[in-house]
Structure formats: C-alpha cells, structure tokens
Design a protein around this ligand. Structure first.
Ligand SMILES: [Zn+2]
Length: 262
C-alpha cells in the first residue's frame, strides 16, 4: 500500500470504468459475509464513500527508478506507486481503492478490506506517507489485523513478522532504531476502527476534528445519527468506547455513553 501526495495535472479525459465482474462478485460476497468488518467494507463502497477500481485502468503517466505515476481516470489525480498491486488513495476528489487484475480472486476480499481500513483512519491514511515511521507501522498493523479477522483470531506476532518482511523501510527502522523497535514490539493491539465501520469513522472525525461543538445537543445529534444496529455493533468495541470517553470527558462523555446504550 502506498499513499503519496496527489496533484492534478494534465488530466486525461475521464473514462468511467464500472467494476467488472470479478470486483462486482467480490462486493456481492462481501455484502453477505458473516464478518461485520467485511459487510461494513461493502457498505463503504456501496455508499460511494470509497470507490473501487482496477489499477490497470489508471493509465501510466510516467515511470522512474522504483516508481510509477498513474492517473486516476475519474478524477485526473496523479497516483505515485512503488510497485504495489493494491493501494488506498485518499485524494482531494474522493477515496479510491486500486486493485490489480493480478490479485487472485481468493485474495480480493482481504485486500479490499485491508485497503479500506487505511481510509477509515481519521486522516484517511495520510500519516502513512512516511514509509519508515511508526505511524506507518501502526496503520499497517491495524489493516493486517482487520484482514486477519476475516478468517480467525489475529496473531500479533505473525502480523509483526509479515510487516517487517514486506516493508523494507520499516524493517530498516526496526534494525537501526532501538526506540522504534521497542515501540513495535510493544504494539500488540490495533488502536482504532477495526470494523471498517463508516459510522465509527464519522463519529471519530466529528469528535477529533471539531465538527461538533461538544454541547449536549450536538453530541445527542451525533450519537443518535447512528442506526440502532450501528450503536449495538459499536458499543461492544473497546477502541470506540475509549475514544468517546477520552475525547468527551465528564458529563458529555456520560451522555454519549448513555446514548450509545439506547
Ligand atoms: Zn496496508
């Protein structure tokens, strides 16, 4: 997964590319999936919050040493890739998951779930631009955790090994920097939205980015904007409930938690 600054430049004429059968089949299977995180991923796509397209449908604008610049045909935005076969793009003109036609059908759903998890981050995954920093590790850890949850209980040691093996810049930090290594070794749990829940992401953005003024009325409106089934899903989530409690201290936090239980 790669995410870099995107600039609009020499946009080619848009060539809308509807998801063709394999992607459409994957989304259909995701809608019916037993895991809530997979169903939520399908919801994010169905709602238009996240667009899904084939990597190969983004024409190559430029190639260089170790990178390829592609252009999103729908938005004209440039996408800088380093050889990934899946990618999450939080652009100025929408959020996109790019998936290569090379991805085996059996790996499509985990790949889409993983990439959507990056976009569910409060910054849309932008902190990942530093390939060697701890935020990158943290975000990958959670994305792999969510991906692994599709088939069973995630193993934090296996996730660490996978990341250090697959991300050379993180591996270099791990070897060279004792502080980074200690952080990585102590990081055993994901920190935020492990359900790919658009409702979770919406509440998180509201309380962190100040789109609610933290009055009783706005908190009430925010929490009650969640459907009863979203509230039921989220109140069992430690990360979500801790986020409410830490961002909305005192009586506002009490109010939020009370509304969550309705
Ligand atoms: Zn990733």
């Amino acid at each position: 997964m790669e995410l870099l600054s995107l600039q609009r430049q020499n946009a080619p004429r848009a060539r809308p590319t509807a998801p063709t059968s394999r992607l459409a089949q994957a989304i259909e299977a995701m809608r019916q999936h037993r895991e809530p995180g997979v169903r939520n991923t399908a919801r994010a796509i169905d709602s238009g919050e996240v667009h899904l397209m084939y990597l190969e449908d983004c024409p190559i604008a430029e190639t260089g040493e170790g990178y390829i610049v592609r252009v999103n045909p729908r938005t004209g935005e440039r996408i800088v890739l380093g050889g990934e076969i899946t990618s999450a793009i939080a652009g100025q003109r929408g959020q996109y998951i790019l998936v290569s036609r090379l991805v085996h059908p059996s790996a499509l759903i985990p790949a889409i779930v993983h990439e959507v998890n990056h976009l569910m981050r409060i910054d849309g995954g932008r902190s990942m631009a530093d390939e060697s920093g701890f935020p990158r590790y943290r975000d990958e850890f959670q994305a792999y955790w969510v991906e692994a949850s599709i088939t069973g209980a995630p193993d934090p040691d296996a996730i660490r090994r996978t990341i250090l093996h697959d991300y050379p810049a993180l591996h270099r930090s791990y070897v060279a920097r004792p502080d980074f290594r200690a952080q990585v070794d102590q990081w055993r749990r994901p920190d935020t939205n492990i359900l790919n829940s658009p409702a979770w992401a919406r509440v998180e953005r509201a309380v962190y980015l100040g789109t609610v003024d933290h009055s009783d009325e706005t908190i009430r409106r925010l929490i009650l904007s969640l459907t009863p089934s979203d509230r039921a899903e989220l109140r069992g989530q430690d990360n979500f409930m801790r986020m409410l409690r830490s961002r909305l201290p005192g009586p506002l936090g009490d109010l939020a938690l009370r509304l969550m239980s309705q």
